[in-house]
Design a protein around this ligand. Sequence first.
Ligand code: AMP
Length: 391
Amino acid sequence: MKILSINAGSSSLKFSLFNMKDESVIASGIFERIGIDGSYTIKFNGEKIKEDAKLDTHVDAVNILLEKLISLKIVESLDEIEGVGHRVVQGKDIFDKSVIVDEEVMKKLESIKSFAPLHNPANMLGIEAFMKSLPHAKNTVVFDTAFHQTMNKETYLYPVPYEWYEKYGIRKYGAHGTSHRYIAETLEKKLNTNKFKLISCHIGNGASITAIKDGKCIDTSMGFTPLAGVMMGTRSGDIDPSLLPPVMEAENKDINQIINDLNKHSGILGLSGISSDMRDLTEAYNQGNERAILTMNKYARRITDYIAQYYVLLEGADNIVFTAGIGENSFIVRKLVCDNLKCLGVKIDDEKNKNCHGEALISTDNSKVKVYVIPTNEELMIARDTLELIK
Ligand code: AMP
């Protein structure tokens, strides 16, 4: 069976087509600048094609994708694609697992649109486009928030007036749930059990740390929105909200502009003044740039803060996993974080850490906590959920 995994943004649509027999990727790519001018890239069979195309709407992108899958002989017939899984950023407390799309689900998605105004409406455009252009296939929705629905009330409530939660749904929802679940399930397969305590560190441009016990999320660092938690590429993570009014006044900014500063001009970019990209920061760090050193140490410190918090919450941890762009590729960040955790008995093997490619155990034999690097695969998780729901 073939399944499409879709991540639709406001002006883009990323796809991966899986053969679920062996979970191999048959083709993948991205449609970009939808509603502006339009271009697409499709990778298949070791080839890559990149072309301009008129993409007025997401339906245009989907129609070209389907037409290309046939003309490039990636599939013989569109009937081979039996399921389409869609990433949806926010499921609130309405969705605690992936579901097949029907009218009721679309209504519920509509009702929670305002909780992720930049993402959910775009995700819905993707669903609507496939419903129209590939009517025989079943569509499913896989939520970034669903895995975190097992957090208890004490964890997900903020210490603010309780009515804010009751009236406006103000609480922690988390994000990156599909990635953290993939990590927990990959480790479960490796260890042949889910009876373990895991701290999963998804650190890419966005970053979140999650405490997982027996396969369930206990706590996570992102909050009401993905702005909370550790510092990220351009996001501040947790800050004292009282720092906002003096800056707003001094810079004559309104609340949306200042939140935009916290989302787009803070984190690694804001503190270093160099770049939001860890590769650029690392280069400056290695050259001895003072701001880069400060930023790198602060970055590692914020991740350490959450790992330490979750270590206590879980009453010890069996495993720490690093994943996503920085977690998978930056041995310096992994080293700085793990060195900060020495007092917990965390020890990594410097050679294994430096030379690891793909999945690897990087802790020493006598480390009290096993430390792994596991590449995440949210697209595959979406495809797996879709297969499970439609078969
Ligand atoms: P993601 O959002 O998961 O795609 O991760 C993007 C982040 O991963 C960016 O900050 C990249 O600089 C970082 N990254 C990717 N490759 C490397 C690498 N080889 N070394 C250090 N950081 C990397």
